[in-house]
Design a binder for this molecule. Sequence first.
Ligand SMILES: Cc1cc2nc3c(=O)[nH]c(=O)nc-3n(C[C@H](O)[C@H](O)[C@H](O)COP(=O)(O)OP(=O)(O)OC[C@H]3O[C@@H](n4cnc5c(N)ncnc54)[C@H](O)[C@@H]3O)c2cc1C
Length: 429
Amino acid sequence: MIIGGGILGTSISYFLSFLNKSMKIAVIEQASKVAFHTSGRNTGKVHAPYLYNPEKKKLFAKAAFHGYEMWEEYVRLRDLPFKKDGVIEVALDQKDVGVLEKYLRWGKQNGLSDSDIKLISSEEMKKIEPEIKCQAALHVYKDASTNYSILTDSIMKDSKENGTCFLLNSRASKIRKENDRWSIALNDGREFHTKFLINAAGGEAINIAHEAGIARNLTDVHFRGEYWKVPKKYNNLTKTSVYSVPEFPEYPFLDPHWIIRVDGSCEVGPNAVPVFSPYGYSKSENIKEFVPKILEMLGSGARKTIMDRQFQELAINEIQSSISKSKMINRVKRFLPSIDAEKIIRRGTAGIRSSVINENGKFVPDVILENDEMSFHILNYNSPGATGALPFSAHIVNILNKEGLLRNESPDAQCGPWKFSEILEKMGE
Ligand SMILES: Cc1cc2nc3c(=O)[nH]c(=O)nc-3n(C[C@H](O)[C@H](O)[C@H](O)COP(=O)(O)OP(=O)(O)OC[C@H]3O[C@@H](n4cnc5c(N)ncnc54)[C@H](O)[C@@H]3O)c2cc1C
């Protein structure tokens, strides 16, 4: 049984369903459709792995590299939206130029070729994108735009065809271990039993791990990424989405970007406003969760995080950019001077990032995999999680098999357009 019908839980079910024709697989999702939360509320970029340190984030970088190719192949087969439109990362001062040089090195180490990524001067940039102001830029040609809701929905349909049961509108509200099985109580009073539980619950993965007696030293903090939709007259300002070198690279989010969506519409965002729930889109949800979350944070490593001066400054800055539209838009205006906050009036769809914090109050930079003999937990599965979801899920299914937790019946099965063994080979497994 898998808890969580985001892009990760759905992709895991996809591979399990091809490799284990006789296994009964169910995905429990509280929303009315898959990818209702973060997986369907993100920037929609299929990222080339240039932002990821090849030593510290090797697995994520590899998953992004192969994820790009796998999505490209999958969307061709199913005729889904995917635009290879590239991305530009701009340096706004000399210090940023050094960071771009590092990103170029990382990108190459992570498998990008000379034709995928190029460092260009501000003069060259002016010829390509006259509206952009910068000191230098990385032009990343191997980057694309898509709609991850549509992709997850299609993966769900494939998984369902192989027999996976998707229990939508079903919240796992209580989990108990009963001898050699789990008892999972749903919000509607039904109770299910399973011998093996996979926790892919996104912003609630930590809570579910705690309920299962796992990762009790870890906690999480939620950040709402808000977007502003820009008017049509700005749609042709640039040909490519534009990111800037993040001001605080040690935190697990970037500064707001200039985004061109796969349908051609443009947005500014996301920021990263601290909120009190993985579903803290509204004031009422945040008020409801304020006290329990604060108490939880004070009793965990997050206490040190909220006392940290730099974190407080960053949080205030992000909260201001939530309250004040022009504060947010001006962060993008630094490299796209012709946009005017006054002309931007419609909010986009916000998405929430849940970042795990350890007992020392530090943000954990990478994904965390924890298990016992009856459960497997994927924690801190953040950006570019949607890009890498397919190969990363194959990686998880391979670990389950290797560790003897969930043996695959046909380990070399054809999984849609890919042979399972070939995905693992590409992932270096
Ligand atoms: C603002 C923002 C922008 C991003 N942009 C990009 C991008 O451009 N490209 C990219 O590759 N990645 C991006 N990401 C990252 C990417 O979106 C995530 O890594 C990915 O969506 C995580 O998928 P998931 O399945 O783990 O989580 P989710 O999508 O959150 O899915 C978890 C699911 O579990 C369900 N659930 C939780 N608890 C329960 C329960 N008790 N019972 C039943 N169901 C439950 C939830 O309802 C949810 O649907 C972005 C993230 C954010 C926040």
